[in-house]
Design a protein around this ligand. Structure first.
Ligand SMILES: NC(=O)c1ccc[n+]([C@@H]2O[C@H](COP(=O)([O-])OP(=O)(O)OC[C@H]3O[C@@H](n4cnc5c(N)ncnc54)[C@H](OP(=O)(O)O)[C@@H]3O)[C@@H](O)[C@H]2O)c1
Length: 320
């Protein structure tokens, strides 16, 4: 299968921007579909071979049209919190999008899909709406009857410049003087570096070995959330007393934060965190990728980003 032009949904986000860069390096043509071209054009439109198109991906006719001359589709669309209630928002963003991508691939005879999923995604047994809908999206794509070759990627939390994990905890730690109450402190994560994730995806595109596989992507070491938050504080050079919240208080904190507009933590996040986000196999090694550690990367951007993030927040408020 010769792949030259790739349509990317969700290509404007944290993973998408790195992936688009790497695909441009490799000489692929890319077509990134976005809900807001103006807001997302910075950085992306300068990449050679990249088209950034504003559209409504939920409109099947438009999606069919935008995918018409593409050889493959990469779906990076995902949300951690929903606007709607009881899973409706997750269902629309994860499941409905997968259904529409599959229909558009069938319509255009596209035979390759890469799907960004998450560790512990499971249609039936996932602990949260996030994990169940991510699992359902995988099932829909992998069980297609049109001989479309699908590969899914299941990363633990992804880190790198611009991430929403270390940067978010850095911001929260700075805002919280002295004592920092931490829900789900004992949950486990194996943070994986953005460029390792992106490299894995790029190497998989043309690899028939990856067809119909779900790859688990983890960094070299697993940590508790408390260790990661402590590491963030140490890297920033600030002292905070981290107060681990028990299960009841974690749930209560999530219930309260459900009502905060930016939802820094939600009941669905709490439920996701009940399952450790760590790999049972290390699939990066299959493609000769040596996973990089947080210790070798995070200090290079964390301090710098805490200054930049205030500008980003102002810009984002002004929709610029
Ligand atoms: N970052 C992590 O630590 C992590 C860990 C595990 C799995 N993942 C998965 O990896 C993928 C990429 O993550 P990311 O961190 O790059 O996310 P991100 O920065 O939030 O980007 C996601 C993109 O999806 C699009 N999107 C968001 N909500 C949408 C909606 N309701 N309808 C249509 N499009 C929507 C947005 O594109 P436009 O605004 O341009 O339309 C956005 O740029 C997601 O599927 C996520 O679940 C991420």
């Amino acid at each position: 299968m010769f792949i030259k032009k790739i349509a990317i949904l969700g290509g404007t986000g944290f993973v998408g921007r790195s992936l688009c860069n790497r695909l441009a390096d490799k000489g692929y043509e890319t077509r990134v579909l976005t809900r807001n071209r103006e807001y997302n054009r910075e950085e992306l439109i300068l990449l050679p071979g990249l088209q950034l198109i504003q559209t409504d991906i939920y409109n099947q006719d438009k999606l069919n049209e935008h995918l018409a001359d593409c050889d493959a589709v990469i779906n990076l669309i995902g949300i951690l919190n929903e606007r709607g209630n009881r899973g409706k928002g997750f269902n629309k963003t994860h499941v409905e999008v997968a259904e529409k991508i599959l229909a558009a691939c069938e319509h255009n005879n596209i035979k390759r899909i890469l799907q960004m999923s998450a560790l512990n995604a499971d249609e039936k047994n996932g602990a949260s709406y996030y994990l169940r809908t991510k699992g359902k999206a995988e099932s829909i794509l992998h069980n297609n009857s049109s001989h479309i070759n699908v590969t899914s990627f299941r990363p633990s939390v992804i880190f790198g410049p611009g991430d929403s994990f270390f940067n978010r905890f850095a911001m929260l730690l700075r805002l919280t003087p002295i004592a920092f109450p931490l829900a789900c402190y004992n949950s486990k994560f194996a943070p994986v570096y953005i460029l390792d994730v992106v490299e894995m995806m790029v190497r998989s595109i043309n690899s028939s070995d990856s067809y119909d596989k779900c790859y688990q992507l983890c960094g070299p070491k697993t940590y508790t959330l408390q260790e990661l938050v402590q590491y963030t504080a140490d890297t920033l050079g600030i002292w905070r007393k981290i107060i681990p919240l028990n299960d009841l208080l974690s749930r209560l904190q999530a219930m309260v934060f459900n009502f905060v507009p930016s939802k820094p933590f939600s009941t669905d996040n709490y439920l996701s965190a009940k399952t450790d986000s760590a790999c049972s196999v290390h699939d990066l090694a299959r493609y000769g990728i040596v996973a990089r550690s947080i210790e070798s990367i995070v200090p290079t951007y964390l301090k710098q980003e805490s200054y930049r993030s205030s500008y980003t927040r102002f810009r984002s408020g002004a929709r610029r």
